[in-house]
Design a protein around this ligand. Structure first.
Ligand SMILES: [Zn+2]
Length: 305
């Protein structure tokens, strides 16, 4: 069945998510990704590292032959998730820094993404941004979403590349300048959402997976007030879940990811949430669309604005 143009309002627009590891694209913003793809946008994911140092978090996959081939296994998982989400995916080419376990934390391993010179990783991302020419770029907030060194680094690299990609004096060997119009941070993992889902589970007499987590997580109203943009995407929660399951070494199908019925999630919190950090187009907030301000004039974004 062919789609009518009105079903593809985002045709011609490009969104780029920059993530630290394979699986982050499926656990953060995946339903909005699937929605934009369904409605005509091109969505590109840049994965900074190969996830080589990730632990196996699904007991059913914790087997020696999987661990011995973890880099290749995670690459194949990423390919499946990519196909499920309908995205194009690019590897930035750096090695996972691993989660530094211990107190004090051990130094990061030599040659990892967290230790790579910033100029080098920014140049690599600028090259991809200039080749793909996204209108919108997303990344993590300055805390990394959670404090994995690769997530913090992903934030630093993405923000620097957003600033540099449109500047002809920066990285002149990395392609024709291109300035993405909007920069967002992911904010879907927010406390009010977790509380709302927790309360709804209890009201329905179901066991909430978030009891302990909420006890340890102090309310941060000022942080939550940074959310500017809520993208309704509950129709694509099923696609998000399939993409998550594709990362079989990282996602336990019997774990907390799937503890809350999808219908309840749709009823209680049907959006994925973002913070608009920089916009070179008119885009009053609050808004409900990462492409707000771009639908009428996507061509207005070439060069520095
Ligand atoms: Zn990650």
């Amino acid at each position: 069945m062919s789609q009518e143009p009105q079903d593809r309002p985002y045709a011609g627009l490009r969104l780029m998510h920059v993530h630290a590891h394979p699986d982050d694209e499926s656990s953060k913003g995946a339903a909005s990704t699937a929605r934009y793809v369904a409605e005509g946008a091109e969505v590109h994911v840049v994965t900074c590292t190969g996830g080589e140092r990730g632990s196996i978090l699904n007991p059913k996959m914790d087997r020696p032959e999987i661990l011995a081939n973890i880099t290749e296994v995670r690459r194949q998982e990423m390919e499946r998730a990519r196909d499920i989400l309908g995205i194009t995916q690019h590897w930035l080419g750096f090695v996972d820094s691993g989660w530094p376990d211990g107190d004090p934390k051990p130094p990061l391993p030599e040659g990892c993404f967290g230790l790579a010179p910033l100029e080098e990783s920014v140049a690599a991302l600028v090259r991809i941004v200039r080749a793909v020419r996204p209108h919108v770029l997303t990344t993590y907030d300055e805390r990394g979403g959670y404090p994995h060194p690769d997530h913090i680094r992903c934030h630093e690299v993405s923000v620097a590349a957003f600033e540099a990609a449109g500047d002809p004096d920066r990285f002149p060997e990395a392609g024709e300048p291109w300035q993405p119009a909007k920069l967002y941070y992911h904010h879907s993992f927010n406390r009010p959402r977790m509380q709302a889902l927790h309360d709804a589970m209890q009201q329905h007499g179901l066991e909430s997976p978030w009891e302990e987590r909420l006890k340890d997580w102090k309310p941060e109203p000022e942080w939550d007030a940074r959310i500017t943009t809520r993208v309704v995407c509950d129709r694509w929660f099923g696609v998000r879940d399939q993409a998550l399951l594709a990362h079989a070494t990282q996602i336990d199908p019997d774990g907390f990811w799937f503890a809350i019925p999808r219908e309840l999630q749709a009823e209680v919190w049907p959006t994925e949430d973002y913070e608009l950090v920089t916009s070179h187009v008119e885009a009053p907030t609050p808004e409900d669309d990462l492409f707000a301000g771009l639908l009428d004039h996507p061509d207005a974004t070439g060069g520095r604005i």
